[in-house]
Design a protein around this ligand. Structure first.
Ligand code: GAR
Length: 197
């Protein structure tokens, strides 16, 4: 089972997944990083761990379809089975979605459908919620929509700073993303065996 991680920024979830692979808690190979931001910290992480990476921006292509066609070609060349979004701040279009439907998973730092988008932790914090959380879901055409696989509630304490709340949410992400992915991989393999027998 070969995974490609897509990320746009800091890459703490990418590192958590790599750590899980090293500790054999994730029975898949993180074979590739796809990044759309040349200055993203996540690229340094890939270089340090000798993970091949591609940095491509849609603005260098005539259309989003051309951009995604190039991504599909890279994914096919590397025989990628599953795409794992980890802070990839771009909507997936049909050119990429169709060949990988039900094989693209996202993590989002809120209890979807509440607080979709790029600033969900701050949005929940300033909305004075008493709890928010983390959602892991399959990708569809929408922004942070698609069938939900798993959600975990994270409390917001009355005296939390935004940073403390953010850090609690990230800790939960780093703990649950590898575990949930491992479960999906195991269930997929069981289903494959059942359908062959
Ligand atoms: C994570 O909190 C992830 O859930 C979020 O971006 C952050 C990336 O952090 N994703 C979204 O908001 C998707 N809509 P990281 O680069 O340190 O892994």
């Amino acid at each position: 089972m070969k995974l490609a991680v897509f990320a746009s920024g800091f890459g703490s979830n990418f590192s958590a997944l790599l750590e899980a692979e090293k500790q054999k808690k994730l029975s898949a190979e993180i074979a590739l990083l796809i990044c759309d931001q040349p200055k993203a910290k996540v690229i340094e992480r890939a270089v340090n761990e000798s993970i091949p990476y591609y940095c491509l921006s849609p603005k260098d292509f005539p259309s989003k379809a051309h951009f995604e066609k190039q991504l599909v070609q890279i994914l096919e060349e590397h025989e990628i089975d599953l795409i794992v979004l980890a802070g990839y701040m771009r909507l997936i279009g049909s050119t990429l979605l169709e060949p990988y439907r039900n094989r693209i998973i996202n993590i989002h730092p809120s209890l979807l459908p509440a607080f979709p988008g790029r600033t969900s932790i701050a949005d929940a914090y300033y909305a004075n919620v008493t709890e928010s959380g983390v959602t892991i879901h399959y990708i569809d055409e929408g922004i942070d929509t698609g069938p939900i696989i798993y959600q975990e509630v994270v409390a917001k304490k009355p005296d939390d700073t935004l940073e403390a709340f953010e850090s609690r949410i990230h800790s939960v992400e780093h703990a649950i993303y590898p575990t949930v992915l491992e479960k999906i991989i195991q269930e997929g393999e069981t289903n494959e065996k059942t359908s062959v027998n």
